[in-house]
Ligand binder design. Structure first.
Ligand code: IMP
Length: 435
């Protein structure tokens, strides 16, 4: 059962798509376990560029089954639009399967997301306003509507009316805005039920059967470790579990079924949305990295905040995810700089911190302790061996491996898919030592 989980080790946007696509070409199944259409990835297949927010990228590869697991929150309007978009570009979407336990995002979730965010004034999270948080709130508060409900019309009607009445009380009394219409919600659900009939199943059965048969399964992470509701920079987080543990809950497999956990990082740090970021660069260097790295959000187009690579964060990500190896993206973006910096610890009130703190005020006050390393000249993105990298780039990579205590399994050398050094068989199980 060769399975690999691809996990964001920073604040999302690490370039997980590039690694997932490499793996998806050889995979039998690609599974998404959490998040919703707050995610965004640009997929390049041949000379075609696809922008996906919800569908697992496996959908682009013939012979690969694309699974939306129970932990995903699903906006039916977005899902249908994404299916139409791909079909319009001659991509066969018939290999898509959706969990019968996935919860729905309806227009009132989007509305509440925007109202709640605006109501937070200076405590804004910077959400994507896609209704993801309110949908997970309903799930946890046990109000949620699941895909399975789409196919039980009388129960669906009852659930929609009950939810709309409840939500309208909040909309009118708390936010003084127009109520939403139950008929509109029902019509969205009915359209979804018609079009998704035959696609909704118990995906845990399918994923476990694929693993039993020794098929290659990729668990495609969304967002990143520091956006995890438990392990991220709370409250500046998303509402799901982007960490490796979220894969098991969100796709209905046990932890023992994941053979390898790959943590994806950029050669620097980025963040969209608010919240502390210890290595943030608000100067020309940050602007240079933003421009060269095209650091603007796929989902919202927002400029991403940029900073040096943070080894304290990566050690934390290695620990909470049980990472086996790292995939490092955007090394080329740092080419041509005189010096590159790697944060190895934080200094807080005269003490040295090596573990990422929970306290927001500690994170706001912490100062990065940097290891300064010489920069390197631009190198060809076409190189095929790690040994061909400039010496100073290799020194930087070794410093990362040493700081984090993990080997690099993938190094990305340029923007295109082929610009990637694969240093290991990513599907092979990792032999853990007992030390
Ligand atoms: P939400 O997931 O829309 O509720 O947003 C919560 C936080 O997570 C905000 O700071 C978003 O910018 C961030 N976020 C959500 N999804 C992504 C993603 O795919 N990449 C980067 N940041 C994300």
């Amino acid at each position: 059962m060769p399975s690999v989980a691809v996990i964001g080790a920073q604040w999302g946007d690490e370039g997980k798509g590039k690694v997932t696509h490499y793996l998806a070409q050889q995979a039998d199944m690609v599974v998404r376990s959490q998040g919703g259409n707050n995610a965004g990835h640009t997929v390049v297949v041949g000379d075609q560029v696809f922008k996906l927010h919800l569908l697992p990228s496996g959908i682009l590869y013939p012979g690969c089954q694309a699974v939306i697991g129970n932990g995903v929150v699903l906006d039916p309007e977005v899902l249908l639009a994404e299916i139409d978009y791909l079909e319009g570009r001659n991509i066969d979407t018939s290999a898509l399967v959706i969990s019968d336990r996935a919860h729905l995002i309806l227009p009132y979730h989007r509305l509440l997301d925007a109202l709640e965010e605006d109501g937070r004034a200076e405590r804004k999270i910077g959400t994507t306003r896609r209704g993801v948080g309110p949908a997970y709130m309903d799930k946890n508060a046990r109000y949620g509507i699941r895909t399975v409900d789409l196919f039980e019309p009388s129960r669906l009607r009852e659930l929609v009316i009950w939810n709309v009445e409840r939500v309208n009380r909040v909309l009118e009394r708390v936010y003084s805005v127009e109520p939403v219409s139950a008929d509109e919600m029902l019509s969205i659900c009915t359209t979804a039920a018609k079009r998704l009939a035959g696609l909704v199943a118990d995906t845990s059965v399918l994923v476990n059967a694929a693993l039993d048969q020794g098929q290659r399964v990729v668990f495609e992470g969304s967002q990143g470790t520091f956006l995890d509701i438990d392990h991220g920079t709370y409250p500046y987080v998303t509402s799901s579990h982007p960490v490796a543990g979220g894969v098991t809950i969100g796709s209905g497999v046990g932890p023992s079924r994941i053979d390898r956990v790959l943590g994806v990082v950029k050669a620097y740090t980025t963040r969209v949305g608010d919240g502390p970021m210890v290595t943030e660069l608000s100067d020309e260097t940050g602007e240079r990295i933003r421009q060269v790295g095209h650091e603007f959000g796929t989902t919202t187009g927002r400029p991403r905040r940029v900073g040096w690579l943070d080894g304290v964060m990566l050690r934390y990500a290695a620990r909470v995810n049980g990472l086996d190896a790292l995939a490092l993206n955007h090394l080329d973006v740092l080419s041509g700089m005189d010096t590159v910096r790697l944060c190895v610890a934080y200094e807080l009130d005269g003490s040295r911190l090596v573990h990422y703190p929970a306290s927001l005020s500690a994170l706001e006050r912490a100062k990065p302790v940097y290891l300064d390393l010489p920069g390197w000249p631009a190198f060809s993105p076409e190189i095929s061996r790690r040994q061909e990298l400039p010496g100073a780039a290799e020194t930087f990579l070794q410093a990362i491996e040493q700081e984090v205590g993990l080997p690099l399994a993938v190094i990305s050398t340029g923007r295109e898919r082929g610009h990637t050094l694969i240093l290991d068989d990513l599907f092979s199980p990792v032999q853990h030592s007992s030390t």
